[in-house]
Design a protein around this ligand. Structure first.
Ligand code: ZN
Length: 362
């Protein structure tokens, strides 16, 4: 019955909590623990694929607009809300709506931990993650993608931090009181508009004080440079790719990558096909090889210690050869086929994430 040991995979980004939050009338907690056919990440798929843990995002859906284009079903999925250049992003949810949704998604993760019999653990430190990985439990780090639930006095941030929040993106791609996100466009430069507001800059300082990771992935280029100038932490994009290979507004230019390298930061390679492909198309029939092309470009720019993965499971269309978290061994096989050695594979799959989290959280 012995199968070869799976490579443990620690991941920069998933939207499983959003998928579970959107379920109506049934038990989100059990759906994750027991697994189900739909969705890309649940406990059985994690166990099957060697998914050892990662950042679990809370994303508050956008309010519905009259005569609006269809809102994306998940944060990096198709059809994106504004494929037509110049069309506006959806407005942000208001504070009360955002907080209610945030408590609900945090509660789903807390209940999963409580009911999973030790197989899922909310981790607040790298030691927690290491212990969880040794125990073969899924190590879950709480992240918010867009800070709409955070009030201007940062009181909510204190409470979320105590509840386990260790990572935060000031904006998702829509604008909010903290800044302007990067709309989904291809081909497009990431330089799409104004960066952080004064309150957004204050948020960066407060996150530095609390040692909360600041995620650059949905910031536009000006916002990126605002954080780069202000933050005393390593620069981290949890789920973004190389703009040189795929000229999508969500991807990072070599100049941005140089700043990330300078800060001893990190990029998690996103499996979203639209951020992998040179043509930015939503096409499931995209080879896993493209993921490795981005890995190799990023390793060239950032070094072997600055690259990992940020799957975007449950938030995006991913290559069909990978499918879902159970398919992660196919990615490891592809790395072996390209003659990546075991030390590099382990760095990419989890060691680099643990390293940058240690440098950020202390
Ligand atoms: Zn995202």
């Amino acid at each position: 019955m012995n199968s070869p040991a799976l490579t443990q995979f620690f991941d920069g980004h998933n939207d499983a909590l959003l998928r579970l939050f959107k379920r109506t009338g049934d038990n989100a907690t059990r759906a994750f623990i027991d697994g189900e056919a739909k969705g890309q990440l649940d406990l059985p798929k994690a166990v099957e694929g060697g998914f050892a843990g990662g950042l679990f995002a809370i994303f508050v859906p956008s309010p519905k607009r009259e005569s609006a284009p269809p809102i994306a079903p998940a944060p990096d999925a198709a059809p994106v809300p504004d494929t037509a250049p110049g069309s506006p992003m959806p407005p942000p949810p208001d504070l009360a709506t955002a907080q209610a949704a945030t408590w609900a998604m945090a509660s789903i993760l807390i209940r999963i931990e409580r009911e999973a019999g030790g197989r899922v653990r909310i981790c607040r430190s790298v030691d927690d993650i290491r212990r969880s990985m040794e125990a073969k439990a899924v190590a879950a780090v709480l992240h918010i993608e867009g800070a709409e639930a955070i009030d201007s006095e940062f009181e909510t941030l204190d409470v979320l931090h105590q509840a386990g929040l260790r990572s935060l993106g000031p904006v998702w791609s829509r604008p909010n009181v903290f800044g302007h996100g990067v709309p989904f466009r291809c081909p497009s430069s990431p330089d799409t508009g104004p960066g952080l507001t004064d309150l957004g800059k204050e948020l960066v300082r407060v996150c530095n004080r609390l040692k909360i990771l600041i995620d650059l992935s949905h910031l536009n280029e000006k916002g990126f440079w605002d954080v780069a100038e202000l933050s005393d932490a390593p620069l981290v994009a949890t789920h973004s790719n190389s703009h040189a290979l795929s000229p999508h507004s969500r991807n990072l230019t070599d100049r941005q990558l140089a700043a990330i390298r300078e800060s001893s930061g990190m990029v998690g390679v996103n499996f979203a096909v639209s951020f992998l492909r040179p043509d930015g198309r939503q096409d499931r029939d995209t080879p896993i090889e493209l993921i490795l092309d981005h890995v190799e470009h990023l390793v060239g720019q950032l070094g072997e210690d600055g690259v990992g993965f940020g799957s975007d499971f449950d938030g995006a269309m991913i290559p069909k050869g990978l499918g879902n978290a159970a398919g992660l061994p196919a990615l490891v096989n592809a790395m072996q086929a390209r003659n990546y050695g075991s030390p590099l594979i382990e760095k990419l799959c989890h060691r680099n994430w643990l390293g940058v989290l240690e440098r950020t959280w202390g």
